[in-house]
Design a protein around this ligand. Sequence first.
Ligand code: ADP
Ligand code: MG
Length: 424
Amino acid sequence: MQPTEDRYREILRKYWGFDDFRGIQREIIDSICSGRDTLGLMPTGGGKSLTFQVPALAMKGVCIVITPLIALMKDQVMHLRKHGIRAAAIYGSMMHNEIITTLENCIFGGIDLLYVSPERLSSELFQTKLKHMKVSFITVDEAHCISQWGYDFRPSYLKIADIRKLKPGVPVLALTATATPLVTDDIQEKLAFKEKNVFKMSFERKNLAYIVRRTADKQEEMIHILNSVSGSAIVYVRSRKRSKEISGLLNKCGISATFYNAGLEHVTRDSRQTEWQNDKVRVMVATNAFGMGIDKPDVRVVIHIDSPDSIEAYFQEAGRAGRDGNKAYAVLLYNNSDNGKLEKRINENFPEKDYIKKVYEHLAYYYQIGMGSGLGHKFEFNIDRFCYTFRHFPVQVDSSLKILAKAGYIEYEEDSDTKARVRF
Ligand code: ADP
Ligand code: MG
């Protein structure tokens, strides 16, 4: 029997203390609870999490939640447990025994929500245990990661369709803030939806003012803005080096700031994010590595001192301001040299086909003659040396590697500024 209407609201009040659903939350919940594959499109901060968390409590069985980031997973599970909800996660750094115990808890009905990474889906242990599990439905968070047309493609998301085959009849709830037609069609196709079924909410953010400001001196303008708007802020920059520089500059001007980029150790990144999250530091100066899973409600301003790669990326990054619904600002600073820079970036990000092919051939050659250190099929090489031998620019090589990875020719893992790991 379907849980009744009021049951959902009861759950919402009991566990979260919220009065009512907002936007299209209710429609999405009704759709998934009636057993239909469902795609929910809601902007960042729109409240996607509740659309699977509430039905997970209302329905019998475990809701499997696939999310791309371990940090995000841990965060949500901790949050849910605080509310007295039986949630669990499995991730790589857990002990084997712990993983088994968690999966068995799911089989014996002790868990309502199980968070897993997409990579986990292909593990034999997981698949074996899954067979014995009563699954209410499968949630695919950040579902745009399944699409090559999206800006955050993860090949491992494609494995979700295989899992569906193991659990026929179990519906899928896909959620994302990326609403381009190409991506939404692709998500439904790649997830093997029985029929198309999309719910879309307005992406307008009424409390967020978007401002584009042309200025000869971006740094001065940035400082001016940060001195005029109080509260938590993010400044997005293009390079790791610049994140450090701008953060230094702000501190010199008496504005407390820290910086974040993919070149930093995980522990450093986590501690900086926490400091900022807890208002120990006011401004986070970051590259686009500071992204998914940031849920600070009271960010008052997001400044882009450099232009991002795409409108989609801009909307996501700017959208981190004002999640609490109070007035917030998204400011894009630009000057005359930005156009040229953007054009150059397009050329770097999308090298010619022949160029990509050459990179691949060189890579295979390196691998064959044993340059770099090979561990099994995983092969680590010094990217500077590779670029030097190859007489080309690291950015283009890097783009080529990413494109090759997207197309499934290689697996590519960026390690640090100088090293990369490739698996053929
Ligand atoms: P998304 O995943 O879409 O970016 P979240 O699920 O993280 O958004 O929700 C954003 C914020 O909105 C959270 O702080 C959440 O508690 C709040 N929220 C969601 N739904 C409701 C609701 N019905 N009533 C009040 N607050 C809500
Ligand atoms: Mg979310």
